[in-house]
Design a protein around this ligand. Structure first.
Ligand SMILES: *Cc1c(COP(=O)(O)O)cnc(C)c1O
Length: 212
């Protein structure tokens, strides 16, 4: 089945943006999605983002969604329009410095730890509040919202309650100017995320098939 058809089949409401998660996919797959009109792609490794961004059309909006090591920030800054995976104050500080050095202001999301899984990264809700309160410390970063990943489980009720808690946190912060992006929902759980009020989903395998 074609990529364009897969995107259509997602049935996303017009108010929900799509990050086509293209990590580990070959260039031809991204080109096919681009030809179908997709302009927002998600990558999780700095080297791969750079390599793809350098050869694909410049009107693509690249979202960095993986764990970012501070020594790789400078590889990401020139290409990413948004870093969705800010998971510590230390990383935010380092991104702010690198963006300032590059003469750029970069959009970021705070990754919030919503699942019970200790393997997942992110801020607690209290920490996210603190970061937003202190956002003046990071003038080269625009904190645009929150990103979260639900537990890897078949239990819909668990996923739903995790998404609901992230939406509630988002709503409690959204009176802040420019704080408008809630990124939750992947191939396996995006329908639940939409029901719980997401406005950005990150979908890979449902569009491109298995990663290579
Ligand atoms: C890989 C990844 C996705 C996409 O996952 P799929 O299950 O392939 O849709 C979404 N978000 C993040 C943070 C990812 O690392």
């Amino acid at each position: 089945m074609g990529i364009a058809e897969n995107i259509n089949k997602l049935g996303l409401p017009s108010a929900v943006g799509l990050v086509a998660v293209s990590k580990f996919q070959p260039l031809e797959a991204l080109e096919e999605a681009y030809a179908a009109g997709q302009r927002r792609f998600g990558e999780s490794r700095p080297q791969e983002l750079k390599a793809k961004a350098e050869v694909l059309p410049s009107d693509i909006e690249w979202h960095f969604i993986g764990h970012l090591q501070t020594n790789k920030i400078r590889m990401v800054i020139p290409y990413a329009s948004m870093i969705e995976s800010i998971d510590s104050a230390h990383l935010l500080e380092a991104v702010n410095e690198a963006a300032a050095a590059a003469g750029k202001t970069i959009d970021c999301l705070l990754e919030v730890h919503i699942s019970g899984e200790s393997s997942k990264q992110g801020f607690t809700p209290e920490e996210a509040h603190g970061i937003v309160r202190d956002s003046g410390k990071y003038p080269s970063v625009r904190i645009r919202g929150l990103m979260g990943m639900a537990s890897l489980t078949e239990d819909e009720a668990v996923i739903r309650s995790e998404f609901r808690s992230l939406k509630a946190l988002f709503d409690s912060l959204s009176p802040i100017e420019g704080f408008d992006t809630l990124s939750m929902g992947m191939s396996g759980d995006y329908r639940i995320a939409i029901e719980e009020g997401t406005n950005l989903v990150r979908i890979g395998t449902a569009i491109f098939g298995n990663r290579q």
